[in-house]
Design a protein around this ligand. Structure first.
Ligand code: SF4
Length: 250
């Protein structure tokens, strides 16, 4: 079973900047029977990018497809055979490093493409050596994720970058995350033709749709994302509506 995939439109933007992103997509929420998003909200669950792109294309009358089935199989494996799963992950990362070297690209890895697991908690074995987690096993490789879980024990893991995600009902966590130095990913209900607001919550907004390479973002920003897919119809508060001031010529 192959765990990592590459090639979504945002990843392709990263290639232009010299980075090859490999993403692990598990089945989010409890779709597999196992919860992988401990701090999910009603709004983010409804608008989850799990059904964006090919993952959301279903034949008439069907409620699943090969992509969704593969995500469920991977998630079940993660819970049923952790060692076997981590072994496959190591194999895929090694392969990604080799492939990227051949292409002259820098490999980077995002393990929570459609989940919010605390990867720092899971030990891994490579060869005969045990490591505290996947980040320690690949100290020269950049990993990054979005998370809604505050207080993750990632201080001191220099090759793992986290961006905190705003959603419906997690305003207090957003305030704490800002005070802890996180950038905040925020989905805005504006059309792609409209520029991002300059400020949100009094903080500069950086356009996060230019690429997915969050570890390159400036510090102390709101990472603005345009609403996509189901999020365009969100009424839960997951999608935020900034006040845009228009300059009117005198
Ligand atoms: S936490 Fe993330 S992956 Fe999980 S349901 Fe919400 S948006 Fe999807």
């Amino acid at each position: 079973m192959k765990l990592l995939s590459t090639g979504n439109p945002k990843v392709l933007k990263g290639i232009k900047q010299g980075y090859n992103t490999y993403i692990l997509h598990l089945a989010p929420a409890r779709l597999s029977g196992h919860e992988v998003c401990p701090k999910r909200t009603v709004g983010c669950t409804d608008s989850c990018l799990n059904t964006a792109g090919r993952g959301g294309m279903f034949k008439r009358g069907e409620v699943t497809n090969v992509i969704q089935e593969a995500r469920i199989r991977k998630t079940k494996l993660f819970f049923a055979d952790r060692d076997g799963f981590m072994e496959l992950l190591v194999k895929d990362i090694l392969l990604g490093i080799k492939q990227s070297e051949r292409l002259g690209l820098i490999p980077v890895f995002r393990l929570n493409g459609t989940s919010d697991l605390s990867w720092e908690k899971y030990p891994v074995k490579m060869g005969n050596v045990f490591y505290t987690n996947i980040f320690e096993a690949f100290p020269n490789v950049q990993f990054y994720d979005y998370t809604k879980v505050l207080g993750r024990k990632v201080n001191g893991i220099s090759n793992y970058h986290l961006t905190f995600s705003a959603a419906d009902g997690n305003d207090n966590d957003v305030t704490k995350a800002i005070s802890q130095g996180y950038n905040i990913a925020t989905v805005f209900g504006i059309k792609k033709t409209v520029p991002m607001p300059e400020l949100y919550l009094g903080t500069p907004v950086y356009n996060g749709d230019e690429s997915d390479l969050r570890f390159l973002d400036p510090k102390g920003v709101i990472v603005g994302l345009y609403a996509k897919g189901k999020a365009k119809k969100d009424t839960s508060g997951f999608v935020k509506y900034p006040t845009i001031s228009l300059k009117i010529a005198a």
